[in-house]
Ligand binder design. Structure first.
Ligand code: ZN
Length: 134
């Protein structure tokens, strides 16, 4: 793994949260994007070399909606950048981690992503992401 790519924060109201984080960082998100397949709307802020992703559920049965019902707003996942997501997924499975997808899927911000179940990572949902090169 190369670095922490971003930290994902689950929010109830993306518009309201965007205002809070715009004040916090002194600048607006550089991108907002809906990921239909995941039932989320996202926005991304840059803080130096780091990124923060805010996620709001757009469907009642989405993972973010369930997370907020169970735990409330807060840190949802930590994403790590990898160069070869398929190789990393294979390595993770080999190490006994619970990899939540069989194949990488298209995530927000031009990434291929997959998730590791928090049960196998001391309670933290981990996202692996690889930049899609075009
Ligand atoms: Zn993420």
């Amino acid at each position: 793994m190369d670095k922490i790519e971003h930290i994902g924060i689950a929010v109830k109201d993306l518009e309201a949260a965007n205002e809070v984080y715009t004040k916090l960082f002194g600048k607006a998100p550089y991108k907002t994007e809906a990921v239909e397949s995941e039932g989320v709307s996202t926005s991304f802020f840059k803080v130096g070399e780091s990124k923060i992703e805010l996620l709001e559920a757009t469907k009642e049965d989405s993972a973010i909606a369930k997370f907020i019902t169970k735990k409330g707003e807060g840190i949802h996942h930590i994403a790590y950048a990898v160069k070869d997501i398929k190789a990393e997924m294979k390595r993770m499975k080999g190490e006994g981690f619970i990899v939540l997808n069989d194949e990488p899927k298209k995530g927000a911000d031009n990434k291929l992503v997959c998730f590791l179940h928090p049960k196998s990572t001391n309670g933290v949902l981990i996202e692996l992401c690889q930049e899609i090169s075009e």
